[in-house]
Design a protein around this ligand. Structure first.
Ligand code: HQG
Length: 180
């Protein structure tokens, strides 16, 4: 299996499991899970070659561990990044250090005004390390890294969650907690 092929499948799975399951006429449950058999069947019906081995390979080897199976591997979901509304049953967690967000200059004017908003996703995405934030920002151009005073936010009553693949999530970051 080559890298291009697995990246292709990963991108398609992100589309289906985070944003638009209806593309292949798939239904996710309220927690974002899809039946593995149904996913495979419907991908194949829509000319996306997939089987159990390929799917397992992609889940295990995905660079960001974007997808996860349930215990008996009958179901699969994206661990974060959804635009459709799903209840991921994330555990709340207290941040004890600053967190980071990578963005680009063209959004800065709006961010300075209204803070970080979730935009089309279900959460604002943050990371524990600057390197990850640099990578996230670089998707769009020259990265601008914002430091978030998460401990202060938490002390002021804002909730934080960590997804199964280690992404920090929160509903919004008001301007006063951002160090520009
Ligand atoms: C910006 C990828 C204007 C925000 C990554 C970002 C991540 C605002 C963009 C995950 C704003 C939203 C998420 C405001 C925030 N006004 N722009 N008030 N507040 N923004 O893609 O964090 O590879 O939804 O800075 O690695 O870039 O897909 O969020 O630039 O973990 O698994 O609006 O997606 O993961 O963009 O990326 P996104 P993100 P995957």
């Amino acid at each position: 299996m080559n890298e291009k092929e697995t990246k292709n499948i990963s991108k398609f799975l992100s589309l289906i499991l985070r944003h638009a399951p209806e593309t292949i006429n798939l239904k996710l449950d309220e927690n974002g899970w899809a039946s593995v058999n149904e996913l495979i069947e419907k991908c194949n019906q829509h000319h996306k070659k997939l089987n159990t081995e390929l799917l397992e390979y992609v889940v295990i080897n995905n660079d960001k561990k974007r997808f996860a199976f349930n215990k008996d591997k009958t179901k699969i979901r994206a661990s974060q990044g959804h635009s459709i509304s799903v209840e991921l049953e994330l555990k709340e967690i207290e941040p004890i250090h600053f967190l980071y967000h990578g963005t680009v200059d063209k959004f800065m004017q709006a961010i300075r005004k209204e803070g970080l908003q979730k935009m089309s996703r279900q959460h604002v995405h943050l990371s524990q390390d600057k390197e990850t934030a640099i990578k996230v920002g670089s998707r769009r151009g020259k990265p601008v890294i914002l430091s978030i005073n998460a401990p202060k936010m938490h002390a002021d009553g804002y909730s934080f969650y960590v997804s199964e693949n280690g992404v920090w999530l929160t509903d919004q970051v008001p301007v006063e907690y951002i160090e520009f």
